[in-house]
Design a protein around this ligand. Structure first.
Ligand SMILES: [Zn+2]
Ligand SMILES: [Zn+2]
Ligand SMILES: [Zn+2]
Length: 184
């Protein structure tokens, strides 16, 4: 390997590290300073700020025209450090999952699915769960079974997707891109 290519490889690695650090999980946006929420990755933060103070959870249709059947559920508040599931209390997380499940049932009956993308692929800094219809044939063996939303574990550095299995729930962990299990 030439010195040149080693150098450029290092450069790429550093760039990548820098982009991860500056990624949506490290977003320093602050609702008290609207100018810090101007970036594209903060658009869901701006949307949250446009909502009334209550309720604590709100729904929006995915505004991507290529995902006309998708909805998102989001917390109204931004959390103290970052805006993600790990920054919420267990009660807040459970409330968010319950709201997502209710909306999923309302839209798709027992064919609903929920997806929360992992930190490496997220493009928005504000917590949001995708709600849609679970695609056929996406089942894997990497899941745990829980009987109620209170038992959904907090994903650590990974995404999670959830769907009903009889009266219980499959919680699929260990993946980053999760929303692709849902009908667009
Ligand atoms: Zn942000
Ligand atoms: Zn936010
Ligand atoms: Zn499953």
């Amino acid at each position: 390997m030439s010195i040149m290519s080693a150098t450029s490889r290092l450069g790429i690695a550093l760039l990548f590290a820098a982009s991860l650090r500056a990624g949506v999980d490290g977003c320093a946006c602050d609702p008290a300073k609207p100018e810090t929420m101007a970036a594209r990755e903060c658009s869901l933060c701006r949307l949250a700020e446009q909502q009334p103070p209550e309720p604590a959870i709100f729904f929006v249709k995915d505004n991507n025209p290529r995902k006309p059947n998708r909805w998102l559920v989001l917390p109204r508040s931004h959390g103290d450090r970052g805006h993600h599931l790990q920054d919420m209390t267990a009660a807040e997380r459970t409330a968010l999952w319950k709201a997502a499940i209710l909306k999923g049932k309302e839209l798709w009956g027992d064919q609903w699915g929920l997806a929360y993308n992992g930190p490496k692929v997220r493009t928005q800094c504000h917590a949001h769960i995708h709600i849609g219809k679970l695609l056929k044939g996406v089942e894997t063996r990497r899941f745990i079974v829980v009987s109620k939303p209170e038992q959904i574990p907090l994903p650590h550095g990974e995404g999670v997707w959830i769907h009903p299995a009889g009266k219980r729930l499959h919680v699929h962990l260990g993946e980053q891109t999760c929303e692709t299990v849902l009908f667009r």
